[in-house]
Design a protein around this ligand. Structure first.
Ligand code: ATP
Ligand code: MN
Ligand code: MN
Length: 344
């Protein structure tokens, strides 16, 4: 029998920012199920179990082989008791794994449909928009759609701020071919003038959150720090001539007026001051787990506090400036990890 797993086990760091995780996931069967379980625990506000499943999912994404036996996970970090039980169930009875994960999927979907059907539920503006464009929003965003939206956003932004920098972040910056949304970071070198950026005719739904950043404020020490940038969670109307949107066309195929030539797409726009751009870019590129572990690493291993606005050295009592992501990794004493290696 191969000794590979326990050999690499000794070298595997518990921090995903010290592991290189690409999109080659040999354990999708597990990681999909774990992420659904984590989300379940998140709803139940059980943060400990939620994190346990998320960390285990990240670790399995990193492994260069599919887990098939309990022995494969021997000695690895980030595998808690809950996770161990689930893997045992999966691996002990052949064929159970796939069926169980499919069942979880079906349970998840049913919940959404039940929610949708229940007219007595009080929904927020955001939830209503979410249900209104539900079919579009659950069908993922492709790289081609992300490229099309990038052009639109860049053009729109440049009419207001000609010098502004627009960068795609999130999963697409990490090389993903699909995403649940498209994330953009917008910054303007020079004087700050970033209001009026949001082009009304373009937006189906927009929830603007004003900046709450306070100068000199210490970085947040919470693991899952939301930042204080001005941001906008939007649903954008992407026109696609000749789009085959069968879910909308089935009822009245002959009626041309019924043909929907656009798709609703979730877009996150984040506006950041130029000096904080590198930190915002690192934070918004994700993955969520990678960012979480960067912050955990900073505080546990370096006595520093990292968030999307900056890095604070608690020993020297200073904020560390950075003009690029490379500089931030250097401040933390970490080897640079490329965006496409941050898919933890
Ligand atoms: P997907 O393809 O599913 O969109 P993603 O990695 O792009 O995957 P997002 O949820 O879009 O996932 O988040 C992208 C990054 O932005 C993550 O690293 C996340 O931590 C960060 N992020 C998302 N929402 C916020 C928020 N409200 N405040 C601060 N950071 C956020
Ligand atoms: Mn995203
Ligand atoms: Mn997003």
């Amino acid at each position: 029998e191969s000794e590979v797993p326990s050999c690499i086990a000794r070298k595997v760091s518990q921090y995903s920012c010290q592991r290189k995780t690409t999109l080659n996931n040999y354990n999708k069967k597990f990681t999909d199920a774990f992420e659904i379980m984590a989300e379940n625990y998140e709803f139940k506000e059980n943060e400990i179990f939620c994190l346990e499943f998320l960390r285990a999912a990240s670790l399995l994404k990193y492994l260069p082989f599919p887990v098939t036996r309990m022995k494969d996970i021997q000695g690895l970090p980030c595998i808690g008791d809950q996770v161990r039980d689930v893997i045992e169930q999966f691996t002990s009875v052949f064929g159970v794994g796939v069926k169980t994960s499919e069942k979880w999927y079906r349970m998840g979907l049913r919940t959404v449909e039940e929610l949708k059907a229940d007219k007595t539920l009080k929904l927020s503006k955001m939830q209503k928009a979410g249900f209104l464009y539900y079919e579009d929003l659950v069908s993922c965003v492709s790289k081609a759609e992300a490229d099309a939206v990038t052009l639109i956003v860049k053009n729109t932004v440049s009419t207001f701020l000609p010098d502004a920098l627009v960068t795609i972040t999130g999963g697409f910056r990490r090389g993903k071919k699909m995403g649940h949304d498209i994330d953009f970071l917008i910054t303007n070198p020079g004087p700050r003038e970033d209001d009026e950026l949001l082009h009304k005719g373009l937006l189906l739904y927009c929830d603007i959150i004003e900046s709450t950043f306070v100068e000199e404020q210490l970085p947040s020490r919470k693991v899952d720090a939301m930042d204080n940038f001005q941001k906008c969670f939007t649903i954008l109307k992407l026109y696609q001539p000749g789009i085959d949107n069968s879910s909308y066309n089935t009822s009245k195929k002959s009626d041309m007026a019924e043909i929907k030539d656009w798709k609703a797409i979730r877009v996150d726009l984040v506006i950041t001051p130029f000096e904080q751009y590198a930190y915002a870019l690192l934070g918004w590129t994700g993955s969520r787990e990678f960012g979480r572990d960067l912050r955990r690493y900073a505080s546990h291993e370096r006595k520093m506090i990292l968030d999307n606005h900056g890095l604070y050295d608690r020993r020297k009592r200073i904020f560390l400036k950075a003009g690029s992501e490379e500089e931030i990794f250097a401040h933390l004493g970490l080897d640079y990890v490329e965006p496409w290696e941050r898919n933890a």
